[in-house]
Design a protein around this ligand. Sequence first.
Ligand SMILES: [Zn+2]
Length: 218
Amino acid sequence: MPTVVRCWRCQDEHTPQVFCPACGALQPLPPDIDYFTVFGLARNPMLDEQALAKTYYALSRQLHPDLHQTGTAEEQEASLQNTAVVNRAYRTLRDPVQRGQYWLELNGEQLGKENNKVPPALALLVFEVQEKLAAVREASTAGPSDALGSLKVELTQVRDDLDERMQGLRQKLAANFSKWGQADGLSELLSELKRVLSDMAYLRTLTRDVEKVSSPFE
Ligand SMILES: [Zn+2]
């Protein structure tokens, strides 16, 4: 990411920002700008989501192409380009899970292939849920029955359990984010973050499987 850019109008050199601090001209943000910088935020995964939304709406208004219709070609181009960058940055940062994944990338890491393996902490749960889903599939081919009725009740409990676990993981994620301001233990934080995010990804897949099987009953 370029740390310094040059204003197309007055040639002032400054850190990437939406308006030139010297002449006020709209500036194209570098496409590879980091998403925290887009919103003038410190690079830290813990952020105030309400403040982020406010900044996003303010930026979107300032950048709206209608406002720059009569501007120079550079300004029109910058308004389009920046709108795309700002939208992409907002979509990523507003969601804690996507923000966590982006944070991994910024730190040179990603969830990668191990994501396909069942995380050890979830292995038993996954096994139980798959078994239950198989039982429901089998029972439903035979049509309505008492057995199917009670399986449906069990499936509702499974969904509640998965929801609860997801809530727990969201709290773990928030707790992980809150520790990044500290200077030490970064590699442990990083591996904890990977673990939480990969548990979440797996839990999401499992929840979708359960929903697919239980939706015909609703
Ligand atoms: Zn300028």
